[in-house]
Design a protein around this ligand. Structure first.
Ligand code: ZN
Length: 165
């Protein structure tokens, strides 16, 4: 079922085809455009991307230019931390560039970090996203827009693809 007259707004389920490129045109997806179905207004997309999609209809396409703040943030040269080796489990093979999820028990938050260096003193963690500081060009096409169900609104996410809980 499609609702051709509906536009992207809070509380709408949007099926979106997109391809992200660096400012110089290099594509960030090896396999071409990707498709995502998400609940608009819940912060599931990059902030600048979600903002730029308001009011678009099914079938519409555009290119959206995202500044670093609208995408993965400015690069912060101070966002590094040295973590002792014994904080990491023995059975995990650590590699430069590997993404780690770190759980801060005091704040009860999960942070993503990347391994910048491995040496005798420990592991240098980079809390910058790999795309921090990058301006991105996102080619988008809205494929479908429909109102979220009451249950989806209640859960704050989409129940497509057999994902129900
Ligand atoms: Zn759910």
């Amino acid at each position: 079922m499609t609702f051709p007259s509906l536009t992207v707004a809070d509380g709408m389920v949007v099926r979106l085809r997109y391809e992200m490129r660096l400012d110089d045109g290099e594509s960030l997806s090896d396999d071409g455009p990707e498709t995502v179905t998400y609940l608009h207004g819940e912060g599931e997309l990059l902030p600048g991307l979600e903002e730029a999609l308001y009011g678009m209809r099914a079938g519409e396409e555009k290119e959206i230019l995202l500044s670093p703040e609208q995408a993965y943030g400015e690069y912060d040269p101070d966002a590094f931390e040295l973590a002792p080796l014994d904080e990491f489990p023995d059975d995990v093979e650590l590699e430069i560039g590997m993404a780690l999820e770190l759980h801060d028990e005091e704040e009860d938050e999960v942070y993503e970090a990347y391994i910048a260096e491995i040496n005798e003193d420990g592991i240098l963690l980079d809390f910058n996203h790999p795309l921090a500081g990058e301006t991105l060009r996102v080619q988008v096409q809205v494929l479908d827009v429909r109102p979220a169900t009451a249950e989806e609104m209640d859960h704050g996410h989409v129940h497509d693809n057999g994902h129900v809980h």
